[in-house]
Design a protein. Structure first.
Length: 161
């Protein structure tokens, strides 16, 4: 009888501990340099027209662009994994509305590091660190960026998926 009671208590404890690890999605907003960097590294792989991709790349290189239209970069999810066992393993899965891209190596490292810079907390699994965001929407305003007053880039996303 005592043994079955202990088993039941252990089962309840395991069920309750599983609930603690379930994270709720939290909305976040980032602006300025971190938002611009996040938009730039995701835009390189996003299904944008070539002109928009070039505009963002030139702005990120510090070159003035004469464009008054905003550019929106959207991703359904960005999930990056960096191994802390195999230190050469770096991958990011970028899911857009119309397609999915997987990047590795330096490009994955850039995205991973930029997500960290944007303030997203790391999740860990055995042997790897994971950074992820979902429902990413970044708006770039080239005219405002050209004024060099710290504005012109805004990103919203959800964390804790």
């Amino acid at each position: 009888m005592k043994n079955s009671r202990i088993k039941k208590l252990v089962l309840v404890a395991l069920l309750l501990s599983g609930e603690q690890h379930t994270a709720a999605a939290a909305s976040a907003t980032v602006t300025g340099p971190a938002a611009f960097a996040l938009a730039a590294v995701v835009a390189e792989h996003a299904p944008l027209i070539r002109f928009q991709r070039r505009v963002i790349a030139r702005l990120f290189d510090g070159k003035t662009i004469f464009l008054n239209a905003n550019i929106a970069i959207r991703a359904e999810s960005v999930v990056c994994r960096v191994s802390n066992v195999d230190i050469t393993a770096r991958t990011c899965d970028l899911t857009f509305r119309t397609n999915k891209r997987t990047v590795q190596g330096r490009h994955a490292n850039e995205i991973y590091a930029t997500i960290v810079t944007a303030g997203v907390g790391s999740e860990g699994t055995a042997g790897s660190m994971v950074e992820s965001v979902s429902k990413l929407v970044c708006t770039i305003n080239p005219h405002e960026i050209k004024q060099k007053a710290g504005g012109g880039a805004d990103c919203t996303f959800e964390t804790g998926q």
